[in-house]
Design a protein around this ligand. Structure first.
Ligand SMILES: Cc1cc2nc3c(=O)[nH]c(=O)nc-3n(C[C@H](O)[C@H](O)[C@H](O)COP(=O)(O)OP(=O)(O)OC[C@H]3O[C@@H](n4cnc5c(N)ncnc54)[C@H](O)[C@@H]3O)c2cc1C
Length: 443
């Protein structure tokens, strides 16, 4: 833990791929970095993914070495489970108030042995696997977490003390309290990432109503090497699905979402393209063709936006493999009333204008990207501006895209707008180099 009033060259907020990249770039230039993550491990959304388009490299194989480098770099101090309460500016330095939330397990003593986890009788939903399986009330956040230390979810703990009894290093501390600290920093990099559109905000698609309508992050977990089950199984009955549909642009390029998505007036409609949904759906379709060679996979789309290097070839490859593409706008998803759990998808065939229906036994909603902009409220003396969609505003989009409305505050990755992983990494490198020249200019 940094001492109070310790001064850093940069505070990086968010430990996803963009935050890690920005922190490492600065640390490798010998700047002192504080990386603050609100969750129990760094990794962001990338550590949940199966493989990445268009190379189909394993996401965890790419991201875990970076997570280790970030966690161990001598110039990076890492604070997890930490909330930033306020950032003010004084004499060119940012003054930051932070609260480290209690995990009720001493991280310096915990060895990650998981004996506590096996002893705990309370099962809660597993956030990492998007609520598809359970985890214990005391557990390590996920198998690839870094650092690998346990934490207790006090909302569900029944204080049976079984974990305390089996913990040999005596790491359990039920009395742990939140800790407030205050540090100074010359620059701030915002890398707080994005939120995913919640399927239930498009009620006509039956997400959370019909068990066999899932979202794309759930499917990425089902096909990941660290997947919750051995095979791709549909939620209602554990059947191996054989007719899978993807509904692209769920919650993006959609102006019919008035007041549905709960992220403020700026984004109650989400007219923009999320940039990643076409490609991640095509990726999942290819992986499913390997996992379930007999399954039919149909992608319902408005347009396929395959804009990056190798992406068009990747799209063409999926057609060659036998993925069906239907240019169709999906209006409604219903569950059949024969107790099968199968679904009827009603759509407009855009090429003919005809209204059609198709049967599927699993539907995946390719949900869009929404802003995660809560961090703006911690800047109390200067305003961190947002763009029209609610992402952190880049004040010089064409020439210096990481500059924000506050001098000395930079933005990296999807906090500034939808991006895939390569673009998030590029933007983080740019933020780090802008931050470095800002620090040098103040010397
Ligand atoms: C289903 C799916 C599949 C995908 N597949 C691919 C793919 O195959 N290839 C590809 O290139 N891209 C893919 N993507 C996109 C990829 O996930 C993003 O490009 C990438 O995660 C962006 O990284 P980021 O660091 O900007 O944001 P995030 O991954 O969202 O990380 C943000 C981090 O900031 C933390 N944070 C947020 N707020 C705060 C706060 N106030 N204080 C402290 N910490 C905070 C979060 O906990 C998180 O750790 C996929 C996305 C989805 C949804």
């Amino acid at each position: 833990m940094p001492e109070n009033k310790k001064t850093f060259d940069a505070l990086v907020v968010g430990g996803g791929i963009a935050g890690q990249e920005a922190a490492l770039s600065l640390a490798n230039m010998d700047y002192k970095v504080l990386l603050v993550e609100k969750e129990l491990s760094i990794g962001g959304k990338m550590i949940q993914l199966s493989k990445v388009f268009p190379t189909l490299d394993c996401a965890a194989c790419i991201t875990t070495p970076k997570m280790s480098e970030t966690a161990r770099h001598p110039n990076i101090q890492l604070l997890l489970n930490t909330d930033i309460m306020e950032i003010t500016k004084n004499n060119g330095l940012f003054n930051v108030n932070l609260t480290i939330q209690p995990t009720y397990v001493n991280p310096d003593l915990c060895t990650g042995c998981q004996l506590c986890e096996w002893a705990c009788p309370v099962v809660i939903v597993d956030k990492y696997n998007n609520n598809m399986v359970g985890q214990k009330a005391i557990s390590i956040a996920f198998s690839l977490a870094n650092p690998k230390v346990a934490a207790i979810d006090m909302n569900h703990c029944i204080h049976c003390k079984k974990c305390e009894k089996v913990c040999e290093p005596k790491a359990i501390d039920y009395e742990m309290q939140p800790k407030n600290i205050n540090i100074e920093t010359k620059t701030v990099i915002i890398a707080t990432g994005f939120n995913l559109f919640k399927g239930e905000n498009k009620p006509q698609y039956g997400f959370k109503k019909f068990p066999n309508v899932i979202d794309a992050m759930q499917m990425d977990r089902l096909i990941a090497p660290t997947r919750p089950y051995n095979a791709v199984l549909r939620p209602s009955d554990g059947k191996v699905p054989d007719k899978i549909a993807y509904v692209l642009c769920t919650g993006s390029r959609d102006s019919s979402l008035e007041n549905a998505i709960g992220c403020g007036a700026e984004c109650s409609n989400n007219p923009i393209c999320s940039q990643i949904c076409c490609m991640y759906s095509i990726k999942q379709a290819q992986l499913l063709m390997g996992a379930l060679p007999l399954a039919d996979i149909t992608i319902y789309y408005m347009d396929i936006r395959a804009f990056g290097k190798g992406y068009e070839e990747f799209f063409q490859q999926s057609k060659g493999m036998g993925v069906n593409f239907i240019k169709g706008k999906v209006a409604k998803i219903n569950q059949k009333d024969d107790n099968s759990g199968d679904l009827i998808l009603r759509y407009e065939d855009v090429t003919t204008g005809a209204l059609k229906e198709a049967n599927h036994d699993l539907v995946v909603l390719s949900v869009g990207v929404l802003p995660n902009n809560g961090i703006t409220k911690v800047f109390t003396d200067e305003k961190l501006e947002l763009d029209n969609q609610g992402f952190i505003k880049s004040i010089d989009e064409l020439v210096s895209p990481s500059l924000t409305s506050i001098d000395g505050v930079f933005v990296a990755g999807t906090a500034a707008g939808p991006k895939d992983i390569p673009d998030s990494i590029l933007s983080a490198g740019s933020a780090a180099s802008e931050a470095a020249s800002y620090i040098n200019s103040t010397l």
